[in-house]
Design a protein around this ligand. Structure first.
Ligand code: FES
Length: 163
């Protein structure tokens, strides 16, 4: 039923993860954030309205409620992103330690501004409020990997590895 309701092909592993999460807590709503992550992973890194409606159906919730959760957190993408999602923290600790320089370096290297995706669909660059690495600034995430105490040279090495 989990895979049948899904508006896109769900992998057997994704179905297993969702099934496990839906049965893990006494109140299945506790699994909402985690299920949104699984659906996002399975749907190429973002959630569209069909994904939101699907999750709403799984939880017996109004789609507006699921959308309000997904739109609150920056870790959910509500539009398509590149293969590599680069999130640079520009909050205070990172800012005073060169985050803007890092953002400018990435923008120049990739030829895009923050919020944009490269024409080949490979990279999306966004800035976020805090990655929880305030003690090792400036910090960024590329997909699920953390990179800290960044310099332009370090950023180049990370991006080279993605090319
Ligand atoms: S301020 Fe940048 S990780 Fe917290």
């Amino acid at each position: 039923m989990i895979a049948k309701l899904c508006p896109f092909p769900l992998s057997p592993e994704g179905e297993k993860r969702i099934d496990h999460l839906l049965n893990r807590y006494p109140d299945k709503r506790s699994a909402l954030l985690q299920v949104l992550h699984v659906v996002q992973d399975e749907h190429g890194g973002y959630l569209d309205m069909d994904c939101i409606k699907y999750v709403a159906r799984l939880f017996g919730l109004p789609p507006a409620e699921v959308y309000s959760v997904a739109s609150f957190y920056t870790m959910y993408n509500l539009r398509p992103v590149g293969k590599y999602l680069i999130q640079v923290c520009t909050n205070i600790s990172c800012s005073v330690n060169g985050a803007e320089e890092i953002v400018a370096h990435i923008e120049k290297r990739l030829g895009i501004k923050r919020g944009e995706t490269t024409p080949d669909g490979k990279f999306t660059l966004i800035t976020v409020e805090c990655l929880g690495s305030c003690g090792t600034p400036p910090a960024m995430m590329v997909n699920k990997e953390y990179h800290e105490q960044l310099t332009p040279e370090k950023v180049d090495k990370v991006l080279d590895a993605c090319e």
